[in-house]
Ligand binder design. Structure first.
Ligand SMILES: *Cc1c(COP(=O)(O)O)cnc(C)c1O
Length: 469
C-alpha cells in the first residue's frame, strides 16, 4: 500500500470555508454565529495538523477523522460556548460553603430579580414625586421593620460585602484617629480578610489592647485618648479560643462607650436576623441582640446566616450611617439592582415570618429523621455488589465562619468500593454532571443530603448507579 507523504495528508484537509458551508455545520452557524463556528473548525484543524505532524495519523486515520468532522466541530463549539460558572450539588453538609457560593438565594429572590432587572426599574427614581430617589430606600424600611424594636431610629445601608462594610465604617468614623480593638479579636477570616490590613487602608490607626486570650474593659479604658474615634468589637468566626479566656461583655463595652462618648461598632460577620437557638445554632448573637444591647453600628454579611445575596450590611445609628452614605467610598462600594432585588425579597420573607423560603434557614431546620428518610430512599435505589452505600449518623456544619461550634445532627450516605480510594471515588462524583461535591472521611466518601435540594436527589441516585457500574 502506498503511504501518503505528510504534505499529501495535509492536502486532504478541506478549507475552513468549505467546512462551515457543509449542511451539517451550516445549522450550527445559524444557531451560534459564524465567528464561533469558524473558531471551532480552526481549532479542530489545528489539532489534526498536530497529529499529522507528529506522525500519529496515516491516510486511513485522516479519512476516519474527516468522516467525523461535523461532530468534532460541534463538540469543540459546545465546549467553547459552555459556561464556566455552573451548578454543582453541595453534598458536603456545609450550609454556607464559601467555595460553593455561600447562601443559595430564595426562589422569590430569583423571581424578583427576573421581573425587575431584565428591564428598567425605579432603582433611583421616586415614582410619586417624579424625581431622583435613593437606591437604599428599597430595603431600609424593611430593615427598620425587623430591627426597629432596638430603636425606631435604626437605619441601614448596603455595600458590596462585609469587608467593604468594615472598611467604610472605619474610614468614616476612624480616619485620622485611633480605633481600639482587643488582641484576641485580631483574626484572619477566610479569603484573607484581616482587621489590621483593612484598618491601614481606612487611614485609621489600630490601637491593640489586652492579650490574645484575655482582654478586660479596663484595657480599653486605659487606651482611650483624645485621638480615639471608635471602639471595635470583632468576632473570631473560624475558631474558638477556649479555656483561660476573657473578653469584656458587650454591655460593659456599651457602658464604656457611653461614658466616654465614643462610638462602639461590632463586626458581627454572620449577622443572624432571627434567633437560631431553637435550630441548634447557639452562641450566634443576632443583629437585633447587638443593637438592643446598645451597639452603635453593626456590620454583617448578606450571604451568611442572613441567607441572601453577597452584600455587606451596616445597621445602626442613623447619624453615623448618614455620614457613611456621604463618604465618597460609599459610591465606590455600592451594590447594583440585582443585589437590592435579592435583598428586598429575602427581607420580605423575614417580615412575613416565612423563614422556610430562605434556603439556608430551611436547611438548618431539616431534622435528622427527614434527612435520614431521603438518604435511605437514595441508598435503596442503588443495588450493587461493587459499591457499598450505607446510611450512618453524622453532623452537618453551618460554615461561612458562622457558629463554629454549632453542629446539626444528620444522617449521611457513606459510599465506598473495593479497590478504589476514597479520593478517587470523590473525584468521580465531582466529574459527574452536575458535579457532586462530597466529604472524604476515614477512607469513605460521605454525602449529606441536608445541603442537597430534594429535587437533586435523582441526580445523586443517577450518579451512584453510574459509579457502581
Ligand atoms: C465573613 C466575615 C467577614 C467578611 O465578610 P464578607 O462578606 O465575606 O466580605 C468579616 N468579618 C467577620 C467577623 C466575618 O465573619
Amino acid at each position: 500500500m502506498k503511504t501518503e507523504t505528510k504534505a499529501g495528508l495535509y492536502r486532504k484537509l478541506p478549507s475552513v470555508d468549505e467546512v462551515v458551508r457543509r449542511p451539517g455545520v451550516e445549522s450550527l452557524v445559524s444557531q451560534e454565529g459564524l465567528v464561533a463556528v469558524t473558531d471551532a473548525a480552526r481549532a479542530v484543524f489545528a489539532s489534526l495538523r498536530d497529529e499529522i505532524s507528529a506522525g500519529r495519523l496515516d491516510e486511513h486515520g485522516i479519512d476516519l477523522a474527516l468522516s467525523g468532522l461535523d461532530h468534532a466541530v460541534e463538540r469543540r463549539l459546545r465546549q467553547a460556548l459552555s459556561y464556566s460558572l455552573r451548578t454543582v450539588i453541595n453534598a458536603t453538609g456545609v450550609i454556607l460553603h464559601t467555595n460553593l457560593g455561600r447562601a443559595p438565594l430564595a426562589a422569590s429572590a430569583l423571581e424578583h430579580i427576573r421581573e425587575t432587572v431584565g428591564g428598567y426599574s425605579n432603582l433611583e427614581f421616586d415614582i410619586e414625586a417624579g424625581e431622583r430617589g435613593k437606591r437604599d430606600v428599597h430595603v431600609d424600611h424593611l430593615f427598620r421593620k425587623l430591627l426597629g424594636e432596638a430603636s425606631p431610629e435604626v437605619s441601614t445601608i448596603v455595600v458590596n460585602n462585609n469587608a467593604a462594610a468594615v472598611l467604610l465604617a472605619l474610614n468614616t468614623i476612624g480616619e485620622g484617629g485611633e480605633v481600639i480593638v482587643s488582641r484576641g479579636e485580631l483574626v484572619e477570616i477566610g479569603g484573607s480578610f484581616r482587621i489590621p490590613d483593612v484598618m491601614t487602608k481606612s487611614n485609621a490607626v489600630l490601637r491593640e489592647v489586652g492579650t490574645t486570650n484575655r482582654t478586660r474593659v479596663s484595657d480599653y479604658e486605659r487606651a482611650i485618648t483624645e485621638k480615639t474615634r471608635l471602639l471595635l468589637r470583632g468576632h473570631s468566626p473560624n475558631f474558638e479560643i477556649t479555656g483561660f479566656t476573657e473578653q469584656p461583655r458587650l454591655d460593659e463595652l456599651v457602658e464604656l462607650s457611653r461614658k466616654c462618648n465614643i462610638s462602639l461598632m461590632e463586626d458581627l460577620g454572620s449577622g443572624a436576623l432571627i434567633n437560631l437557638d431553637a435550630l441548634g445554632v447557639t452562641g450566634e448573637p443576632s443583629v437585633l441582640d447587638s443593637l438592643r444591647a446598645g451597639v452603635d453600628i453593626v456590620t454583617y454579611s448578606g450571604d451568611k446566616l442572613f441567607g441572601g445575596p453577597q452584600a455587606g450590611i451596616l445597621s445602626g445609628r442613623s447619624d453615623l450611617l448618614a455620614r457613611m452614605r456621604s463618604n465618597s467610598l460609599f459610591r465606590a462600594l455600592r451594590v447594583d439592582k440585582l443585589t437590592y432585588a435579592a435583598l428586598e425579597s429575602t427581607l420580605m420573607a423575614y417580615v412575613k415570618g416565612d423563614h422556610d423560603a430562605i434556603p439556608a434557614i430551611r436547611m438548618m431546620r431539616l431534622s435528622k429523621e427527614e434527612i435520614g428518610r431521603r438518604a435511605e430512599a437514595v441508598a435503596g435505589k442503588v443495588q450493587s455488589s461493587s459499591l457499598s452505600v450505607e446510611v450512618i449518623d453524622g453532623e452537618s456544619v453551618i460554615g461561612g465562619g458562622a457558629a463554629p461550634s454549632a453542629v446539626l445532627p444528620t444522617r449521611l450516605l457513606a459510599v465506598s468500593t473495593e479497590g478504589v480510594s476514597a479520593d478517587e471515588l470523590a473525584a468521580r462524583f465531582r466529574l459527574s454532571t452536575p458535579p457532586i461535591v462530597t466529604r472524604v472521611e476515614e477512607g469513605r466518601v460521605l454525602l449529606d443530603l441536608r445541603t442537597v435540594f430534594p429535587e437533586q436527589d435523582q441526580d445523586v441516585i443517577r450518579t451512584l448507579i453510574q459509579i457502581a457500574s
